[in-house]
Every structure is written in C-alpha cells, then in structure tokens.
Design a protein. Structure first.
Length: 95
C-alpha cells in the first residue's frame, strides 16, 4: 500500500514541486488548497495522468474548524478512504 502525504498549500510553488516529486517515489499526494482551486485541480489531473490514483485535491481553510469539518464531508471522505491511510484517519477521527 502506498504512503499518502498531505501537502497543505500544495497547489503552487514549493508545495506543487513537492507534490510532483512524491508520486515518483511511490507515494500518493493529497494537495490541500484554500484559494488556488484551478491550480490544485490542474496539478491533481497532471499527477493522476502520470500515475493513476496518485493525487487528490482537497479544499479548505485550515484556520476554520468548520472548514475542517467540511473537509471530512461524505464526498471527500469516500475519496480519502479509498487510500486507506493515516491522512484519512487523521481527517476523519479528529474531534
């Protein structure tokens, strides 16, 4: 099973460069973004084109507890659970 890495602010610059490097090392990437939706979705598509099921773009303002709750919504929960990883458990179990 691949390790999954959550990169906060992962859509641009250093975060995006890090996200591009990890799938080649056998890891899956959750690209978190707050305002860079287009860049995050493009990066998700780029990574998944290079290696299927290697990336997921996930929005949310991590300063806002309600946004973190929304990140655990049913839609995102099912996508993250498909990875069977620590990131999923942290997002789903954090109280």
């Amino acid at each position: 099973m691949d390790e999954v890495i959550l990169i906060t602010g992962g859509a641009l610059r250093l975060g995006a460069a890090t996200a591009r490097a990890l799938p080649g090392a056998g890891m899956r990437v959750v690209v978190h973004y707050q305002r860079s939706a287009d860049a995050a979705r493009a990066l998700e598509q780029e990574l998944n084109s290079a290696r299927a099921d290697s990336a997921l773009a996930l929005p949310g303002d991590l300063r806002d507890p309600e946004a973190i709750t929304r990140m655990r919504s049913e839609e995102h929960t099912s996508e993250l659970q498909s990875h069977h990883d620590l990131v999923c458990r942290l997002l789903l179990e954090k109280k």
